[in-house]
Design a protein around this ligand. Sequence first.
Ligand code: ADP
Ligand code: MG
Length: 512
Amino acid sequence: MNLMVSDLDYGQEPSLEPNLDPYALAKALSGRHLIGGKLVQAASGKTFEVIYPATGEIIGFGAAGDAEDVNRAVEDAAAAQKAWGKMRARDRGKLLYKCAEALEEHVEELGRLIALETGKALRTESRVEASILADAFHFHAGLGSELKGETVPHHPDMLTITVREPIGVVGAIIPWNVPLLLMALKIAPAMLAGNAVVVKSAEEAPLTVLRVCQIMNSILPPGIFNMLSGFGPECGAPLVEHKKVGKVTFTGSVETGKIVYRTAADKLIPVTLELGGKSPMIVFEDANLDNAVSGAQMANFYSSGQICSNGTRVFVHEDVADAFVEKLIARSKDLVLGDPEKPETQVGPIVTKAQYEQIMSYIEIGKKEGANCVLGGHAVTEGMPEGGLFVAPTVFTDCRDDMTIVREEIFGPVMSVLTFRDEEDVIKRANDTQYGLAAGVFTKDLSRGHRVVAKLEAGTCWINTYNITPIEMPFGGVKKSGVGRENGRAAIEHYTRIKSVYVETGDVEAPY
Ligand code: ADP
Ligand code: MG
């Protein structure tokens, strides 16, 4: 059933008690930003629809933010940051720890709500994302005393040190595909380092992240964590442009990443960009094929393939290609698509109609260009909820390196299988892409594994697994896949600037 704007009750604040009815929660959160610790409507009063991709129903509304909302949020953040930045880092960490504990109590609620916004299957995807959200805050909460500078032995009569200072207000722009986690890994280190943050959520999924913000604002001082919803040009762009935003961290498409980078260049502020990918996965003849098939499934079908680090170019050694494809089909043909809320569902729908149409058009291009579709290759309607955007897990074999489906990021459940004979040759082909986010190698020979990884142009490489991205390991891309790294201990440093301090302990000798 479609929700209507007239159904919204702005007089009622959503309770902080875990709410396991995601439809009621989506309604209760609708039409608001969170600015300066308060849930508020957009200055313009405008809203936009939030749609459940499994049925096409309107389940909520985002507040349509614009430059005026951005200005309010950034000004509030800048004012609040002054005291926050002066707190002991470990005391900020204690508050983040409390946030993590509160979020753990909301795992089931957040999982159900994110399933509704994104269509990601509750058991295999949405609940998993909600359950690792708190981990990002737990990890960073303990890093307060790691915000270290250096002492540098410049001269015996001089104490020469560096100190790390917060930047001020950090703008974070996130996509819809893994919004909870991608937000957490930006804001946790930023806040720990003493910054206030203004997040711009993705227009497809504004509500679950708003809920996280509401929960955390019951613990944090007002103004430290602000949440705006809205569209890119109207709300994202003014956030990057705002003169009091001192750093921007962005995850999204290459095209938008370039826009963000250009604006940041005009302001001369630092940015972190995590962008697209078309990552290779190489299966050598000695690989454990069952593990390689599991890796290929995780690298292509998880979240209906809507993951930036996916390994969509699967290079398989000629000697094992037939056996690999046979196993892959046998294990993928019965993947259960359907209603994200049902426990038996393994794969949910595509997030938006536009994205769905783009995936279907890539599948047609693959067929036209002569790739052999050995699995899927079509939409699925039978047995699915009416109005849902379901695409069958799809495998193309007989692919060539110059095919469109092998070169372009599809962001859907579409795998291209290519064959190879020679190690040097496959490395060259794997690197022949504008992207460099990730890569996978399957082999029992770990010397070969390391040798190959050393030559792969990618920010993250997996040997005998795929798509594992824990918060304690740095993540980011090379080439057009991005700028900078997120995650890992060093992430806190990316939200600071270094001040060099010289203390003279002897006499000053002027040359006059
Ligand atoms: P996709 O739509 O493929 O997920 P985008 O890069 O378009 O990837 O979107 C990622 C995030 O960037 C979203 O929150 C979106 O609203 C935002 N965005 C889009 N255009 C701009 C822009 N011009 N400036 C700032 N943010 C933008
Ligand atoms: Mg977009």
